[in-house]
Design a protein. Structure first.
Lengths: 373, 269
């Protein structure tokens, strides 16, 4: 899990990098490292999401970029200049906090005008900028209100307007939508994404919500245990997770132990726990370690009867659970000698299947991926 | 206060007892006021109740007699200087202690609070002996310094309490928007912890203005404060001017507490 594949690091040409983390480590107590050897480039104009469970190091990384934490070791470059020792007020970075951090003693307009004062913009010029920033987030009529008089979504917009009003080239966001309800969150995701593309700003976004990350990002860095597990665009991340953690964290995945047998017609052949052989896409980097995991998404498993004959993997098992989820049924099947395999089957196809009965399933080798760790 | 209609007789009885007890406690606490205030308006040069004839002669003495008037001015000056010093130092200390990376927080907090716990006579004697080395006895500076030591813990406590509800992300937000440390403090942190700072300042003022023991040790005739003047008045010739002075102190305390109440009400809104 330690070294990232070299190609993900070089996807950003160095002259396009607005931010570069170079061998950054962070420890609060000198023993345990919250961030271990971080190398990451953020390209100009990119929406990069740092995704991971709590304690994975993503927020610490963001705080180091914002200037609120100092790296224990390593270098952070902003526009090619080292900034580890530069205080936040001299970085010119917009920051949106999880709880918005609006100044409660100021009106909305005063909040948004706050950064302008430090940039020598006052009077009518400041007023025009504030009005435009509030207009961008649809709050032009709210300038005289106090933050406490606004709803959560409106407060979020004010925080956004305040972080954008001084036209920073880089905006950081720390789980900014965490406190909003689901519908509002989805609307705000789209609004933030629109703002980011129309203004051409670079955004580094921290979240633990994978669907949020998949919706908004150009690239996603999956954090776990202080390291980036995979750095890729959303499609690649979803379709081609590189390790077991990413496979399990992004979407739902069946991950089952297997052993490598050999290669055949461009596919890898593996043996499952019960001796059955399956074929899988040959995603192995090395010649093939003996102990592997086979991962396949529930939506890529279908009923064997409904599959055309082809080079499909066929297996069967006993249904242990069935759930109706509206557009599909969710089946839990005990297969390969006791492994639980989850499959999503269209409701119309589920006939004559009952809990306790045997079901024959199929999946395409192209959808089966082998993970080495 | 009022019980619902389904309360049982024993619930009613216990409620009556509780209310009666509370009223008795309040009467006990307020009783001295019922004696001091009327006596200060009495015409007689000795303490008799009920008052036979009312007059303002003791108030005239309080404001007309240079000894009393100077004592009031001395107290006010010492209290204002103490308030400024203690509020500044206490707020700074509370801000420092509130930092997550502050070392030995508990020990230093205990040290800062200690003037509240140490018996006042010990503080007075200690200051007297220690300040003597530096020529600070019988000076206003010495009195203000000693009072500052007594008053600062109140500020530390009230500001620390306010800081516990202060969102440190506000400071970070101010920094990220371009405000340096000092600017972020005055424009964002201070306005949001102001209720705590002002209550601390009110306590500091009251501590210095009412304080008698340290003032007895550290002041000569020129720096004599109002409580010291009252105290020596009681020993030398018992005089109803003391009652007038006490009434004035009382009014000041009521005003200070009213200010405090207004402040907390505004905060709660």
């Amino acid at each position: 899990m330690n070294a990232m594949p070299a190609d993900t690091f070089t996807t950003v040409r160095s002259e396009d990098a607005l931010v570069r983390f170079s061998q950054v480590k962070k420890s609060y107590d000198g023993i345990h490292y919250v961030v271990k050897d971080l190398n990451l480039d953020v390209a100009k104009g990119e929406f990069l999401t740092m995704l991971g469970p709590s304690g994975s190091g993503k927020t610490t990384t963001l705080m180091m970029l914002g200037g609120f934490e100092r790296p224990t070791l390593g270098q952070i470059l902003l526009n090619g200049n080292p900034v580890e020792r530069l205080p936040p007020e001299r970085r010119n970075i917009g920051f949106v906090f999880q709880n918005y951090a609006l100044f409660p003693h100021m009106t909305v307009a005063e909040n948004v005008a706050f950064p302008l004062r430090y940039r020598g913009i006052r009077g009518a010029a400041a007023g025009a900028k504030v009005a435009r920033a509030l207009g961008r987030v649809g709050l032009e009529a709210m300038g005289d209100r106090r933050p406490a008089q606004l709803s959560g979504g409106q407060q979020q917009r004010v925080a956004l307007a305040r972080a954008l009003v001084f036209e920073p080239s880089l905006v950081l966001m720390d789980e900014p939508l965490g406190a909003l309800d689901k519908q509002l969150r989805e609307r705000m995701q789209i609004e933030i994404k629109h703002l980011q593309t129309s203004l051409g700003i670079t955004m580094v976004y921290v979240t633990h919500d994978q669907s949020e990350a998949l919706t908004m990002s150009d690239r996603i860095a999956v954090f776990h245990d202080g390291r980036i597990q995979q750095l890729a665009d959303p499609k690649t991340l979803y379709n081609a997770p590189e390790n077991r953690f990413v496979a399990g964290f992004i979407g739902e995945n069946n991950t089952m132990p297997c052993t490598f047998v050999g290669r055949e017609a461009g596919l890898a052949v593996v043996r499952m726990a019960d001796g059955a052989t399956l074929r899988a896409a040959d995603t192995l980097l090395s010649g093939g370690k003996a102990e592997l995991s086979l991962s396949v998404r529930p939506e890529n498993i279908g009923l064997a009867s409904g599959q055309p004959n082809g080079p499909g993997n066929l297996f069967s098992g006993q249904v242990t659970d069935m759930f109706f989820l509206g557009d599909h049924m969710r089946l839990s099947v005990a297969a390969f000698g006791g492994q639980t395999v989850t499959a999503r089957i269209p409701v119309g196809q589920v006939r004559g299947i009952a809990v306790g009965g045997t079901v024959h399933l199929a999946c395409s080798p192209a959808d089966c991926r082998l993970l080495e760790d | 206060m009022w019980l619902p209609s389904y309360a049982t007789p024993s619930e009613r009885l216990s409620r009556i007892l509780v209310v009666a007890f509370a009223v008795a406690v309040m009467l006990f606490l307020i009783a001295p006021l019922f004696i001091i205030v009327p006596l200060s308006f009495s015409k007689d040069p000795f303490f008799t109740l009920p008052v036979r004839e009312y007059s303002l002669r003791w108030y005239e003495d309080l404001f007309g007699n240079p000894r009393w008037f100077e004592a009031m001015i001395n107290s006010a000056v010492a209290a204002v200087l103490t308030t400024i010093l203690a509020t500044t130092l206490g707020t700074l200390a509370a801000l420092g202690i509130a930092r997550p990376d502050f070392p030995y927080r508990r020990a230093i907090m205990a040290l800062l609070i200690s003037p509240m716990i140490v018996p006042i006579v010990i503080v007075a004697v200690g200051s007297y002996l220690f300040f003597g080395e530096f020529g600070l006895t019988n000076t206003r500076a010495g009195l203000v310094l000693a009072h500052t030591a007594l008053a600062t813990p109140f500020v530390v406590i009230t500001v620390t309490a306010t800081l516990s509800t202060y969102d440190t992300n506000l400071t970070r937000a101010a920094n990220s928007l371009g405000a340096s440390g000092l600017s972020a403090f005055f424009r964002v942190t201070l306005p949001n912890i102001l209720p705590g700072v002002i209550s601390g300042a009110i306590f500091a003022f009251a501590t210095s203005f009412d304080e008698v023991v340290v003032a007895l040790f550290l002041t000569a005739a020129e720096q004599r404060t109002l409580p010291v003047q009252m105290f020596s008045g009681i020993r030398d010739q018992i005089n109803p001017t003391i009652m007038a002075a006490a009434t004035m102190l009382l009014i000041l305390s009521i005003l200070l507490f009213a200010a405090l109440a207004l402040l907390t009400r505004k905060k709660a809104r």
